[in-house]
Design a protein around this ligand. Structure first.
Ligand code: CDP
Ligand code: CDP
Length: 232
């Protein structure tokens, strides 16, 4: 049976930074499930639908064909046969992703794709509901957190470096709105699974976070990790 490491937590808590580093360290596949919701959000945005247009979004789902192809140790997302790029990372697309992800129809639409990858590969999968809904039997579950002011600073810095004009206050507002959406939705809210290990990385560098997570994972998996990891 392949091994699965689930990493959940709020936006900019450092999930993808950690998940990518762990996948590289262990030789596992990195699966960014947020990219799937962002891709649905992008399609809806391209159709010029409002992110609140529930019926319109549900009607559009049959036209959306999303695949994850394994490339260079990660699942690359394809939308209707084309690879998606940074257009899914814009602030507007983030809010579209958050809004479409509230719909049970959208969550159901993306469920088997996520489970199929984990059934066939050793994975580090990050998202909001990996430990609770997608992989309730994941071998290790981490739930990341970091103070909202620090998360907003990280996101503001990331966007500024990419040339997006945005103030710290705008970054904070966008994150807070998504936190509210993600934590309070009725389906698959972003909450820790009862057996998730908490990892607060406020004030930690990415390297310190990887070291802390690696300790937790080795404690939990022991020899199973040594047998599965291709590069330890
Ligand atoms: O990277 P960041 O944490 O900003 O967001 P993301 O992981 O790319 O996810 C974008 C949005 O998709 C989130 O705000 C969630 O609303 C949604 N999402 C979800 O509902 N479930 C997941 N497993 C992953 C993402
Ligand atoms: O995936 P998620 O949205 O949870 O966060 P991320 O994309 O891994 O991290 C958001 C930003 O914070 C990135 O620019 C990371 O480089 C940065 N980061 C950081 O400064 N310190 C950490 N310990 C983790 C991430």
């Amino acid at each position: 049976m392949p091994l699965s490491i689930a990493i959940d937590g709020p936006a900019a808590s450092g999930k993808s930074t950690l998940a990518k580093a762990l996948a590289k360290k262990y030789g596992f596949i990195y699966v960014d499930t947020g990219a799937l919701y962002r891709t649905v959000g992008l399609h809806v945005q391209n159709l010029c639908l409002s992110s609140q247009d529930k019926e319109g979004i549900i009607e559009a789902l049959p036209e959306i064909h999303i695949e994850m192809r394994l490339q260079d140790g990660r699942g690359e997302v394809y939308l209707n046969g084309r690879p998606v790029g940074d257009e899914i990372r814009t602030p507007v697309c983030s809010l579209y992703a958050s809004d479409v992800s509230k719909l049970p129809e959208v969550r159901a639409f993306l469920l088997s794709l996520q489970r199929d990858i984990a059934a066939k590969n050793n994975v580090v999968m990050d998202g909001r509901d990996i430990g609770t809904v997608i992989l309730p039997n994941a071998d290790v579950k981490l739930f990341m957190s970091a103070a909202v002011a620090e998360r907003a600073k990280r996101r503001w810095k990331e966007w500024t470096e990419k040339g997006v004009t945005m103030t710290y206050e705008e970054a904070l507002e966008e994150l807070s709105r998504r936190d509210e959406n993600d934590q309070n939705r009725t389906v698959a809210p972003a909450v820790p699974a009862p057996d998730a290990l908490p990892l607060d990385n406020t004030g930690l560098t990415a390297e310190e976070t990887v070291a802390a997570a690696d300790r937790l994972i080795r404690d939990r998996l022991g020899d199973r990790l040594r047998q599965a990891a291709t590069c330890l």
